[in-house]
Write a protein that binds this ligand. Structure first.
Ligand SMILES: Cc1cc2nc3c(=O)[nH]c(=O)nc-3n(C[C@H](O)[C@H](O)[C@H](O)COP(=O)(O)OP(=O)(O)OC[C@H]3O[C@@H](n4cnc5c(N)ncnc54)[C@H](O)[C@@H]3O)c2cc1C
Length: 405
């Protein structure tokens, strides 16, 4: 069988899958809602664990994997708690904190902090001809022989399999599993970025070294910080290792997050969505008003223009049913709260697992429907387990709402 794979969504999971399939000679087309990869603020630092590193290493060709390694910070594998004065309280091995599995290929780091835009650009490299922007998928039609993705502009694209990699509000999931719910975690976050020079002046050295460091108070308002210190500056890395990747220029930084429940914020979601970076930066400072200056100074030194607002939702584990030719990966299937920092990692794991199955189908070693069934069985088992774990940890540390029964 020569497969034609349609992917809705050019996020981390969709791109990782497309890399793996294209490199295996399988026809793949990605349809992305946004007009370009850089249309929306999507965050700064990402912690990539063994799942994510494995996924990326299975999908990428050697020259792109070399770029990933050259631009990934080997963070010390701790989630670290400090008090509100930024004094070290406890360093917890991150595999214990995040329940991270170990199955990474030998020789690769298992915990790295990466810049999301850099990772996305690496994953996009070589996919220009198959990635279609301003092309939201709104629905699909499926029969025993094929599936047709229907785009917002009315175009109908026929393929053998459709993958919903279209994030938490996935129209593919809404059609395939209309009963699957998305729930408010009750968490609202402001993200920003601190230049490394300021971070070195204001933060204990360990904050720049560890995967993630946080402080919280009795309200469970949280200040989190995670560094991205590039072993090689990304633009320089791509010019010397693979100029075709054209990675963006980036300076070292520490990403900051303030997370709180709405009652401590005192503004509606609509007001927060309209707020400017300066207003959000001030809001973050106000949220930790009673904390020692050491913490407040960190937010005050944040890079102007870098602050943005995120509302956190989670999937609610359920049976997603089945389909012979429509499947999902990542947040489309099992979005989770940020408390374990695992959403991207599980999406990358899904991509590699699904990619391997589709390659088997293309070789004629398995039937498509059977391959999707096996993939989904595994993906929903481990994916929803992480959703539940993230909800438990989120409740404990940041006051996340419990998952609905
Ligand atoms: C600020 C922030 C920090 C985070 N930090 C971490 C971290 O440190 N570690 C970690 O593991 N996870 C982290 N996460 C979670 C992680 O970003 C997500 O879990 C991950 O991006 C999911 O990947 P995905 O490919 O499934 O979906 P996404 O990355 O959300 O991509 C979905 C894509 O689909 C597109 N799309 C949407 N609708 C349609 C449509 N109808 N048709 C076509 N395209 C569509 C979207 O535009 C988007 O490009 C963080 C999330 C946020 C917001």
């Amino acid at each position: 069988m020569t497969l034609k794979v349609l992917i809705a969504g050019a996020g981390l999971g969709g791109l990782c899958l497309a890399q793996m399939l294209k490199n295996a000679g399988i026809e793949v087309h990605i349809f992305e809602r946004d007009a370009s990869p850089w249309e929306r603020a999507q965050g700064y630092r990402l912690h990539i664990d063994a799942d994510g590193v494995s996924g990326v290493s299975e999908a990428l060709p050697p020259h792109l994997l070399a770029l990933f390694e050259a631009t990934s910070m080997r963070a010390l594998p701790y989630t670290t708690m400090v008090d509100t004065n930024l004094v070290l309280h406890k360093r917890i091995p991150i595999d214990t904190y995040s329940h991270t599995e170990h199955h990474v290929a030998q020789g690769l780091a298992t915990h790295v902090n990466v810049d999301r835009a850099v990772l996305r650009q690496i994953l996009l490299t070589g996919l220009d001809d198959v990635c279609h922007y301003s092309a939201p998928v709104v629905s699909y039609e499926s029969d025993a022989d094929s599936v047709t993705a229907i785009l917002a502009d009315g175009r109908r694209i026929r393929g053998d399999v459709l993958v919903g990699a279209d994030g938490i509000r996935s129209p593919i999931r809404q059609q395939r599993a209309p009963h699957a719910l998305i729930a408010d975690t009750g968490l609202r976050c402001v993200y920003g970025r601190l230049p490394a020079s300021e971070a070195r002046r204001l933060l204990p050295a360990q904050v720049l070294a560890d995967v993630f460091t946080f402080a919280s108070d009795e309200r469970k308002v949280l200040l989190g910080m995670g560094g991205v210190l590039f072993p090689m500056e990304p633009a320089a890395a791509s010019s010397s290792l693979f100029p075709g990747a054209a990675l963006p220029r980036r300076d070292d930084y520490v990403a900051c997050i303030v997370a709180a429940r709405p009652q401590y914020i005192g503004k509606t979601d609509a007001e927060l969505r309209r707020a400017s970076s300066d207003e959000l930066q001030q809001l973050a400072i106000d949220l930790i008003e009673g904390w020692p200056e050491a913490s407040q100074n960190v937010l005050a030194a944040g890079e102007p223009g870098s602050f943005f607002y995120v509302e956190m939702y989670t999937s609610v584990p359920c049976d997603l049913g089945s389909s012979p030719n429509v499947t999902m990966l990542g947040d489309a299937a099992h979005a989770m709260s940020p408390s374990l920092g695992r959403g991207a990692n599980v999406a990358l794991r899904d991509a590699a697992k699904l990619g391997a199955k589709l390659i088997e189908v293309n070789r004629g070693a398995t039937q498509l429907a059977e391959a999707l069934h096996i993939y989904e069985d595994e993906m929903t088992t481990y994916g929803f387990e992480v959703v539940r774990g993230a909800a438990r940890k989120g409740a404990l540390v940041i006051g996340q709402n419990p998952l609905p029964e």
